[in-house]
Design a protein around this ligand. Structure first.
Ligand SMILES: Cc1cc2nc3c(=O)[nH]c(=O)nc-3n(C[C@H](O)[C@H](O)[C@H](O)COP(=O)(O)OP(=O)(O)OC[C@H]3O[C@@H](n4cnc5c(N)ncnc54)[C@H](O)[C@@H]3O)c2cc1C
Length: 173
């Protein structure tokens, strides 16, 4: 059964899947999925976030230590792999040797929506101003979510966004 919805604006915020939406004006090469695997060690190893050249550690209040992450071009496959987990463990242990023998409580993976310049795509479609893009946040989508939401709300309300969105304009690639 087909459902039809009518609205004044459409916000496209489907992460790495945005180019797959029929009618979206985002070419496939503008956003690609990049898998990131993470693990949680059953050990409290650090007191604050530790960033290394190729790994980072995050202490959790429940006593676990989260370590990440891989950067893999494997399409839309969001599964974890033994090789990915082993590589995170090895890099985490280089930052904090006690993690070499720690048990792994949990592992998971997600798909980052990566743009060629690693900047998000935020703003109206150049040809259809009622289609608003909020996608391609690459490695910083959690960090940038509140600002992106504010910018999209401003655009729809007809208010000039408080941040200059020029570098994030759709169609720049
Ligand atoms: C391992 C890992 C670690 C990360 N660490 C950080 C970090 O520390 N800080 C940070 O800022 N960012 C981090 N990121 C990046 C961050 O997760 C992404 O940038 C962010 O999730 C992008 O948000 P989004 O809402 O645009 O896309 P997503 O979170 O991918 O959400 C898109 C949603 O759209 C849905 N969708 C897809 N197609 C359709 C459709 N046709 N109709 C309806 N819904 C659809 C999907 O199911 C999904 O729920 C990390 C990512 C990974 C994988």
């Amino acid at each position: 059964m087909e459902n039809r919805f009518t609205s004044d604006y459409v916000v496209l915020a489907a992460g790495a899947w945005t180019p797959l939406i029929i009618g979206a004006g985002v070419p496939a090469e503008s956003i690609s999925p990049m898998r990131g695997q993470m693990i949680a060690f059953e050990r409290s190893a650090v007191r604050h976030v530790v960033c290394g050249a190729d790994a980072y550690l995050i202490p959790r209040s429940d006593g676990f230590t989260v370590a990440g992450g891989t950067m893999e071009h494997v399409g839309f496959d969001s599964s974890t792999t033994p090789a990915g987990i082993a590589s995170i463990r090895e890099r985490a242990a280089r930052l904090c040797p006690t993690l070499e023998s720690a048990s792994i409580r949990l592992s998971w993976a997600g798909l980052r929506p990566i743009t060629p310049d690693f900047l998000p795509i935020i703003g109206p479609d150049p040809d259809r101003s009622r289609v608003i893009y909020a996608c391609g946040h690459s490695r910083n989508g959690i960090l940038l979510a509140p600002l992106t939401a504010e910018a999209v709300a401003d655009i729809i309300a007809g208010v000039v966004p408080s941040h200059d969105l020029t570098r994030f304009r759709p169609g720049r690639q």
